[in-house]
Design a protein around this ligand. Structure first.
Ligand SMILES: *Cc1c(COP(=O)(O)O)cnc(C)c1O
Length: 392
């Protein structure tokens, strides 16, 4: 099929929930992806922070296909080697005690919220079930994770939403202290608000949230769905904030392109969910976990993470040399570019696609999440296109 055929069938048969760019993609390698007609795009998106090793990484594809040839699924009534290996790597590296595997970020956050609520109920009584979340956050698209998302635009149409969330402004330490009462069982934070505009949350505020959770015996949840797996230059973003969460959620990058979500629990929370209290048919799929093992072996290497930091510095510098970019926010290869007045992120992204560069938007900013393995030459090619588009 050519691009036009694919786009026609897409419009005819696939639900209209995505405003798609007029580009169909068939193959790629590294940070380059192509249309059926062979048009090349430099990829500053990685899916949305998913393809951390780029397109069709040879070692990853071999690991995944070898597993698919052996055993593609067994149900969670039995154990498999890729699952326990991925879980062990995650726990050993981070110091967390146990993992629960699901399939997506929203599902991981649902799991994290169940842990927080059950912990609160058991430790502090039936009424202790409110989770404090931040304004401008994003936690997913299920009814409960929409409820946890601190943006009014997501609280429409699908009433009644799940109860039990309170919102405070990121950075408002007084507001956070005031929001904590005997009904609160946990605090949930995204350290860099990705969908919210690539906005890092204030470090002192994050430390205070951790301190309150410690003092009041609440569950401190960090949503690392987008920031995790090397994206910000450390394996997990919280390492740079000097805090230790009780629960984290992971997804996007961990499978290297296959669906996998993870809830990680520390000693305090690892025992909360018991037999029959949580589950997922596909969760911990051995093919996805075989991909994850390969990704983790690569990304957990200090040299690999050092490279992410270097590329981050390089990319930030290059972006700031473009006069139409007013500022750059974010950490590692999760960057937001604020555009000069008169330029809109949506239009710019559309023009970039025409010119052969894939970029994302977040609120009024361009959002850049290139594969962690992107080469300097590919960064240069992408930035050149972006500069050309912004010059108009
Ligand atoms: C993408 C994202 C989610 C939702 O992940 P899905 O896999 O789309 O369900 C949740 N939290 C954050 C911070 C995200 O960036």
């Amino acid at each position: 099929m050519n691009s036009i055929d694919i786009q026609k069938k897409d419009q005819e048969y696939i639900a209209n929930t995505y405003k798609r760019f007029p580009a169909s993609l068939v193959e790629g390698e590294g940070a380059v992806v192509r249309s059926p007609e062979g048009k090349e795009y430099i990829d500053f998106t990685s899916g949305i922070g998913v393809n951390c090793l780029g397109y069709a990484d040879k070692g990853w594809a071999d690991a995944v296909s070898a597993q698919a040839h052996k055993l593609q699924h067994v149900s969670n009534l039995y154990s498999t080697q890729p699952d326990v290996e991925a879980a062990e790597k995650l726990c050993r590296y981070t110091g967390f005690s146990k993992v629960f595997f699901g399939n997506s970020g929203a599902e991981a956050n649902e799991g994290a919220l169940k842990v927080a609520r059950k912990y609160g109920m058991e430790k502090h009584g039936e009424k202790c079930n409110t989770v404090i979340s931040l304004k401008n956050s994003f936690h997913g698209r299920t009814i409960t994770t929409l409820s946890a998302t601190g943006q009014d635009s997501f609280h429409q149409f699908f009433f009644p939403f799940t109860e039990g969330f309170k919102f405070v402004d990121a950075g408002d330490i007084e507001g956070l202290r005031n929001a904590v009462d005997e009904t609160v069982c946990g605090i949930m934070i995204e350290l860099i608000q990705g969908e919210g505009g690539v906005v890092p949350v204030d470090g002192a505020f994050v430390k205070e949230a951790a301190r309150i959770c410690q003092e009041k015996d609440l569950v401190f949840v960090i949503d690392e769905v987008q920031t995790g797996i090397g994206r910000t230059g450390t394996f997990l973003c919280y390492e740079q904030f000097g805090v230790k969460p009780d629960v984290i959620s992971l997804a996007k990058g961990i499978g290297g392109g296959l669906p996998l979500g993870v809830v990680m629990m520390n000693d305090k929370t690892a025992g909360v969910l018991g037999f029959g209290q949580h589950g997922s048919t596909f969760g911990g799929n051995p093919v996805a976990c075989a991909g994850a093992c390969y990704v983790l072996d690569k990304v957990m290497k200090p040299e690999f993470l050092e490279e992410v930091k270097k590329k981050s510095e390089y990319m930030k510098k290059k972006l700031l040399e473009i006069s139409q970019i007013k500022s750059v926010t974010g950490l590692g290869l999760m960057l937001g570019a604020e555009l000069e007045e008169g330029l809109t992120a949506g239009e710019t992204a559309g023009r970039c696609v025409e010119e052969g560069l894939l970029v994302l938007t977040a609120k009024t900013k361009l959002r850049l999440l290139p594969p962690l393995v992107i080469g300097y030459e590919e960064i240069d090619r992408g930035i050149e296109i972006l500069a050309r588009v912004l010059r108009g």
